[in-house]
Design a protein around this ligand. Structure first.
Ligand SMILES: Nc1ncnc2c1ncn2[C@@H]1O[C@H](COP(=O)(O)OP(=O)(O)OP(=O)(O)O)[C@@H](O)[C@H]1O
Length: 661
């Protein structure tokens, strides 16, 4: 707990600074509640005493490896400590048992080699420098010795280093739990090789990260009684589908699209591919290359990883054929058709891409065109064919591309799970969670809403865990713990996911009512939550709403909430690909039983995600948690730059502050 030293003239202190967040200086004058400080940047400032913090005069320039060793555990102290360490390439620091990892944005291979793993093997926690291997080792030992399942929760904003940390943990566990001198397709190799495959299909370059995971991931590694890996399962969450058809400036589509464009000349010819800039789904952003990334090499590595996982060469062929088909599909443009409100492929070029897409999907060309340009309306008496105008046909094309891609991704995850295999007799597991951190952008849509719900849930889990630990500690020391404050965010969770009556339930309701719009949905929210202290209707807005999250206020734009929440496959698309001559493609679109295909059975992304989260939280609750908080030191993705304001914001959002005291 932070000690508050008395501040007198001549004391070394920290004061707030608009640029640096905190700056150090010496007290010149104390006048009741106000303190005048001569800062190290030569400025003199006067601040309220409560906004001035003591600085440890004996503070080591190298910092300390555990924040709890700091003389003063306050914001500036913590920030300075992380910064001093970062400047010396010490990117890891403990806060008690939590590991804080500051992204170095440069390779530090010596930190992660086999010798390093050997060193951490069995070492007491805290004995060696802070490291993800140490966290993994504690988890592994606890599992082995106490027989309790463990989880490692890796969090942080996009580009902070979650996936890299997760991979290190997995490597360490594979090292500890692998068979000696093993060869061939062992479980641990398959577990590790699932990473490049998932990354090829689920990662993309964004402005925040050149290799951003566009899905959440929970890897559950199962062990036998001797502590050897005996199975594994991957669960994924909310793949960003919109990216398949739409990319923003300086961003790219999923890596696999560029990989296939860099395939062998035979493949190029077979799939009628060419430069990425010739495809609409890739050329909207004018960004094709990633520094230091050789696409053709990545492609071969992905194929190799697929081999190890046990994806057959026929399956691999079908997978990349589908990827190529999606690219061709995206190049089909539409023009007004002969009838009113109808459409047809725009020109010969569009016909070529339509034909190629049909060939690659192994479906009928005319049927593909019809599924894009027409709808069949089923009435009690007859089926009526309704034509779509060019704009609607384009929407239908994109919907098809997104559906196929997300089915393909789900197939890969299922295949990985089936190939690696589950160990039904396993008593212990270590789960590693790599999931998007709290997000608050200029515009926030349904995705941010789901992501922030996840973070609220994880925060609650964290709060409960810390509270329990504190209780245990105090009980051990025979201290009355009734006054420890339990930070609770249940009210926010109720607002979002209570059934009935929460925002997700109201959204589902709106999606089912034929005449709802985002505006009627917003009105309903305003009405229902007008007295909720976590809900705000922003002034001057008719359809936005603000939620006061634990990490800060976020205003959501409801425009696309209804569309994005609806989870259905257009019947014509289902029929088309279900009838594909390629069993792989038709297998992605299995026939639905009569019952579930009825349009009345509404399926919602929000509700399904809520259930997935519920089940994740149940799994986590049966484990002992360990935390790694990743921090992104700058937005330039460059080494050796530590932006105080930026880091502070992340530490606050991580809810770490409450833990720090
Ligand atoms: N420990 C590390 N050593 C070297 N480079 C790292 C390390 N951690 C992260 N990086 C660099 O930062 C980049 C972003 O890291 P990573 O992909 O793990 O972020 P993330 O938090 O998973 O982001 P997202 O949520 O967007 O997927 C990596 O591609 C790598 O270049």
């Amino acid at each position: 707990m932070a000690a508050q030293a008395s501040i007198a003239v001549g004391s070394q202190v920290w004061v707030e600074d608009p640029d640096e967040a905190w700056i150090d200086g010496e007290v010149l004058k104390v006048n009741g509640d106000t303190i005048t400080v001569k800062c190290s940047n030569e400025k003199t400032v006067t601040a309220k005493a409560s906004h001035v913090h003591a600085k440890d005069p004996e503070e080591s320039p190298c910092g300390v490896d555990d924040m709890t060793k700091l003389a003063y555990l306050h914001e500036p102290g913590v920030l300075q400590n992380l910064k001093s360490r970062y400047d010396m390439n010490e990117i890891y620091t403990y806060t008690g048992s939590i590991l804080i990892a500051v992204n170095p944005f440069r390779r530090l291979p010596h930190l992660y080699d086999i010798q390093m793993m050997e060193q951490y093997k069995g070492a007491d926690f805290g004995e060696l420098s802070p490291h993800p291997f140490a966290v993994a080792d504690v988890a592994y030992r606890l599992m082995l010795n106490e027989g309790i399942s463990q989880s490692i929760l890796v969090s942080g904003e996009s580009g902070a280093g979650k996936t890299e940390s997760t991979k290190m943990i997995m490597r360490y566990l594979a090292y500890m739990g692998g068979k000696a001198a093993s060869e061939g397709r062992t479980v641990e190799k398959q577990v590790l090789q699932s990473n490049p495959v998932l990354e090829a299909f689920g990662n993309a370059k964004t402005v925040r990260n050149n290799n951003s995971s566009r899905f959440g991931k929970f890897v559950e590694i199962q062990f036998d009684q001797k502590g050897r890996i005996s199975g594994a399962a991957v669960r994924t969450y909310l793949l960003e589908r919109s990216r398949v058809c739409q990319i923003s400036e300086s961003e790219r589509n999923y890596h696999c699209f560029y990989m296939i464009c860099a395939g062998s000349p035979e493949e190029q010819e077979k799939y009628k591919l060419g430069d990425p800039s010739t495809f609409h789904y890739l050329n909207q952003s004018n960004c094709y290359k990633i520094d230091g990334l050789d696409e053709s090499k990545e492609y071969l590595e992905t194929r190799k990883a697929m081999d190890i996982i046990g994806i057959s060469s026929e399956e691999q062929e079908a997978i990349f054929r589908i990827v190529a088909a999606i690219l061709h599909l995206g190049n089909v443009e539409f023009a007004e058709g002969d009838d009113v409100d109808s459409s047809k492929p725009k020109n010969e070029k569009s016909m070529f891409h339509l034909r190629t897409a049909a060939e690659l999907f192994m479906c009928d060309e005319k049927a593909l065109e019809d599924s894009l340009c027409k709808r069949i309306i089923v009435t009690r008496d007859e089926n009526i064919v309704k034509t779509l105008d060019a704009e609607a046909a384009k929407g239908s094309r994109d919907a098809l591309a997104k559906t196929v891609y997300s089915r393909l991704f789900d197939w890969l995850v299922t295949k990985i799970n089936n190939s690696i295999g589950q160990d039904p007799t396993s008593k212990c597991l270590i789960g590693v969670l790599d999931i998007y951190g709290f997000e608050s952008f200029k515009t926030n849509s349904f995705e941010q809403f789901c992501i922030n719900l996840t973070n609220e849930k994880l925060q609650q889990h964290f709060n409960q865990h810390v509270f329990k630990m504190e209780q245990e500690e105090y009980t051990k020391e025979e201290i009355d713990w009734s006054y420890i404050e339990f930070v609770d965010n249940q009210d926010i969770l109720d607002l979002i996911d209570k059934k009935p009556g929460g925002i997700i339930a109201l959204l589902d309701e709106a999606c089912m009512l034929p005449r709802s719009t985002h505006e009627t949905f917003a009105q309903k929210l305003y009405q229902t939550f007008k007295n909720h202290k976590r809900f705000v209707k922003p002034k001057l807005s008719r359809s936005d709403f603000t939620i006061c999250h634990y990490a800060g206020d976020v205003t959501y734009q409801t425009e696309l909430f209804l569309d994005k929440n609806k989870d259905y496959v257009i019947a014509e698309h289902q029929a088309l690909l279900g009838a594909s001559g390629c069993s792989f493609v038709s297998g992605l679109f299995p026939l639905l039983s009569d019952d579930s295909s009825k349009s009345s059975k509404f399926s919602s992304i929000g509700s399904r995600f809520k259930q997935q989260l519920q089940s994740l939280l149940e799994t986590l609750s049966s484990t002992e948690p360990h935390y790694i908080r990743c921090v992104k030191p700058n937005s330039l993705l460059k080494p050796a730059i530590f932006e105080n304001q930026n880091v502070l914001q992340q530490l606050r959002c991580g809810g770490l502050w409450k833990q720090l005291g």
